[in-house]
Ligand binder design. Structure first.
Ligand SMILES: [Mg+2]
Length: 317
């Protein structure tokens, strides 16, 4: 983790794909045009002209920052801000209010609704650029700190806390989009015996190696590997079918087996192996993500009962 890496968004130097994403929200197209002129050269700019559209765009574009008009017909900026900051998926996106109302009372109401800053119209390009740059930098630094809080120190994969958070977010996302969610619960076979035979330092190296192999097998960036605790790992696969989950699980078991880490005390093989429980379901609002965890755990238990170094699965309906 390179926490010292300081990035203050010298945006001209960034490749297009890494440019900060800005969402501009204003019911007056002319105001959007002005801001677009300020940022379009070195930011990826999205815009919305009403509150509902803004909330939708915030979910689909996942902007790094939102410049939000306060006074709009139907849904005003304060309500948009409240909704975005109370939703786990969008609550970390900094919102700057851009408004003609500049009394201290208005400013207080805006900040209480969850905005990070307040800019008055007509906007001064240099000021709005400077404020946006400051908040993008702060967001980036916060993300770096957060990523440290969410990483397992020994193995470098996500930790339990991160997994719990992701599970909830993905569960809700899959509910909304009617997508499946797959979960693997993974246990290193006879790990206590490994530690007893080779020592705890070797045990740590073994955990690191297993984490590395699982990470290399997990695939797409929105899939997740996490250390669940001790010698247990979990993987999360949004949108996966049972068939693909099983094939992924087989790849993982095989990859670790082929890595051939000696384990002379194992009853299952002469090398380090894993048992793997697979569960897949279509999340629903009236059910809890813990059901998926329990199903994967039950599948893992079966895999172990059946002799370890194997996969077992549960299909939740
Ligand atoms: Mg307006």
């Amino acid at each position: 983790m390179k926490i010292a890496e300081k990035r203050t968004y010298d945006m001209q130097l960034l490749p297009e794909s890494e440019r900060p994403r800005l969402l501009l929200v204003d019911d007056q197209p002319v105001n959007i045009q002005v801001l677009h002129g300020v940022f379009s050269n070195d930011h990826e700019v999205f815009f919305a002209t009403n509150g509902r559209q803004a909330i939708k765009m915030a979910h689909t574009c996942l902007p790094d920052l939102i410049l939000l008009d306060v006074v709009m017909p139907e849904m005003g900026g304060l309500e948009v801000c409240r909704q975005l900051t109370s939703d786990p998926e969008t609550r970390d996106i900094p919102i700057i209010f851009v408004t003609g109302q500049d009394s201290p009372e208005d400013e207080t109401i805006g900040l209480e609704a969850g905005a990070v800053d307040f800019i008055t119209k007509p906007v001064n390009p240099a000021v709005v650029r400077a404020r946006v740059k400051t908040h993008l930098t702060l967001k980036h630094q916060t993300e770096q700190l957060k990523s440290m809080v969410f990483v397992d120190g020994l193995t470098g994969v996500a930790n339990r806390r991160r997994f719990d958070e992701c599970l909830n977010i993905e569960w809700n996302r899959c509910c909304r989009h009617n997508k499946s969610l797959g979960l693997f619960m993974i246990d290193i076979d006879h790990f206590k015996k490994y530690n007893d035979l080779y020592g705890h330092q070797a045990g740590d190296v073994c955990l690191q190696k297993v984490a590395e192999i699982l990470s290399s097998q997990v695939g797409r960036s929105y899939n997740l590997v996490a250390r669940y605790g001790g010698e247990e790992f979990v993987c999360l696969f949004p949108g996966i079918s049972m068939e693909n989950a099983m094939s992924k699980a087989r790849q993982m078991v095989k990859a670790l087996y082929e890595c051939a880490l000696p384990h002379a005390a194992s009853d299952s093989a002469s090398v380090v192996t894993i048992s793997l429980g697979v569960a897949v379901t279509f999340p629903a609002q009236n059910r809890l993500p813990e059901e998926l965890v329990a199903a994967a755990d039950a599948a893992l238990y079966s895999a172990k009962q059946n002799g370890r170094n194997q996969i077992s699965s549960r299909n939740l309906t």
